[in-house]
Design a protein around this ligand. Structure first.
Ligand code: MSP
Length: 496
């Protein structure tokens, strides 16, 4: 039986166009999904847009459009971005979708309410529209939200509350006993500290303050809090509120998120699930921010880089590779185009591209373009064993260290390139034809295996390598398989 694997990316606010920070989250989620598909797991990847709340209502107002029309446009641009980035998503959920999402959000509210975990109260606090959340004074720097560089608004109003504090003790145990795993693990203590400080959460806004959202079931004068609405999309997308399909997928195996939304995912969300008697997610993978000169890249700050511009200039897989290799999965990382160009030349053109081209050209010119594979003919050499060993790469991916996994793949590329230099097969053709055959077979196997390792990260490049070699796409090569070299362009041409 296949294992099921349900993974979610965050769903994106539709207040502004996407930047490479969003692309990073999407690509990260996609790599993990593709890795699990490659392993044979029955995989489902969710992505989509989070379309309600003050932030979007205000952006629509300043654009002079209705919320729905404005949101439709940006949601569509995120959908297109997903295609441009080759995100292998199985659903693109929209929180404005009254057929797919609303029944789930309404059921979630009703279930919380019938468990007596929703109560009426008055809230007075500092609301950061960028976060769509009340912030504590201690979270501000000189009275300003450090992420959005804006002053939060003073809000005092009547709303419904979610009785989160009832679940604090139970949640603490779930983190301590590893029922919910946080990657990187070092963030678990941060979650436990946040938990200590957690209070009941304001879970609705009066309609006069915010009407753009889902009305509270049974009380139309209030709108469901955008985070209660948005988090529930992880369930509504797989059927919750509509059918029992969600039972197949739930609990989610992984929620991929940025560090700014950890509290919502690690505290509020599992508490909601405990309250309604559903299982908690198995793990939460938390990445850092892409920064520019140390500041978080964001529309509000005004320092955004458009992923489509980079893709047009350097190609999709260059962007996928660069973001995943240069920016640690676990920490903040600065973006610079200059650094991208450096990595392109050293890692892609001189590293991977060079290897593929050298091996293909040797087969093409010295072997009439064809090599027949048989495992019995493979030499028993250290280099081949190292290239075929995926243990560390798999561990890195499963421990949410995608940057490390890529570094390990590049170690293999270096091994293979060094092997070509040492063996100098172009000389062996005449001096030792038998050794020449072995070396070429070993190199073909290395390139095949490297393409297999690259598949989740750079699917287009993996496919092009296979195309050049006339290769199959499984991990194992069948005996007597004929690799027939196809004429091909250089994978990563030199930059001008
Ligand atoms: N709508 C919420 C998420 C709801 S999930 C139920 C949200 N949306 S967002 O559009 O603001 O951000 C989406 C994701 O992009 C978040 O994980 C956030 O951390 C990530 N990023 C936004 N800017 C980023 C960087 N500069 N760098 C890396 N990721 C960043 O939050």
């Amino acid at each position: 039986m296949k294992n099921k694997f349900y993974i979610t990316s965050p769903i994106f606010y539709t207040n502004a166009k996407a930047h490479i920070g969003h692309a990073f989250t999407l690509i990260t989620s996609d790599v993990i999904a593709r890795y699990h598909r490659q392993k044979g797991d029955d995989t489902f990847l969710l992505t989509g847009t989070d379309e309600h709340g003050t932030k979007i209502a205000r952006a629509a107002e300043s654009a002079g459009q209705s919320e729905q029309k404005f949101s439709d446009g940006i949601s569509e641009s995120f959908k297109i971005l997903g295609k441009i980035l080759s995100i292998s998503s199985d659903i693109f959920i929209r929180t404005t979708d009254k057929k797919i999402h609303w029944p789930g959000a309404i059921k979630m509210w009703s279930d919380l309410s019938s468990k007596k975990d929703i109560y009426k109260g008055t809230y007075a606090g500092l609301y950061c529209v960028g976060h769509e959340a009340f912030l504590k004074k201690s979270e501000l720097v000189d009275g300003i939200c450090p992420d959005h560089k804006t002053k939060p608004e003073v809000v005092k109003e009547n709303n419904y509350f979610f009785a989160l504090t009832k679940y604090k003790k139970e949640l603490k145990e779930l983190y301590k006993d590893g029922t919910i795993k946080i990657f990187p693990q070092s963030r678990t203590s941060e979650v436990l500290n946040m938990l200590e400080d957690s209070e009941d959460v304001s879970f609705s806004r009066p309609k006069e303050s915010l009407s753009w959202g889902i009305p509270v079931p049974g009380d139309e004068s209030q709108t469901i809090y955008v985070w209660c609405d948005a988090l529930t999309s992880y369930l509504s997308a797989v059927g919750f509120g509509r059918n029992d399909e969600y039972k197949k997928w739930w609990p989610a195996n992984v929620h991929v998120i940025g560090k700014d939304i950890l509290r919502f995912h690690a505290i509020i969300w599992p508490a909601m699930l405990l309250a309604v008697g559903l299982k908690v997610p198995r793990s939460i993978c938390v990445h850092g921010f892409i920064t520019v000169g140390g500041d978080k890249m964001s529309k509000t700050v005004g320092n955004v880089v458009d992923p489509t511009v980079l893709i047009e200039k350097y190609g999709l897989d260059t962007l996928r590779y660069f973001l995943l290799r240069e920016i640690s999965s676990n920490e903040d990382g600065d973006f610079s185009e200059e650094r991208l160009r450096e990595r392109y030349t050293s890692d892609l053109a001189n590293g991977l591209g060079n290897l593929v081209q050298r091996v293909a050209t040797l087969i093409d010119t010295k072997m009439d373009g064809e090599i027949i594979y048989h495992d019995k003919l493979l030499p028993d050499i250290e280099e081949l064993n190292e290239v075929e060993d995926d243990t560390e790469i798999n561990q890195a991916i499963e421990n949410f260290k995608l940057h490390e996994a890529l570094a390990l793949i590049w170690k293999k590329i270096d091994i293979a390139n060094a092997f070509v230099n040492e063996e100098a097969p172009w000389k062996l053709v005449d001096t030792n034809p038998e050794q020449f055959q072995k070396v070429m077979l070993a190199l073909t196997e290395m390139v095949h295996h490297i393409a297999y390792n690259l598949e989740p990260f750079m699917p287009e490049t993996a496919a092009r390598i296979r195309e050049v070699f006339g290769d199959t796409n499984g991990k194992e090569i069948p005996n007597d398989f004929h690799f027939v070299i196809q004429k091909s362009a250089v994978l990563f041409p030199r930059l001008s």
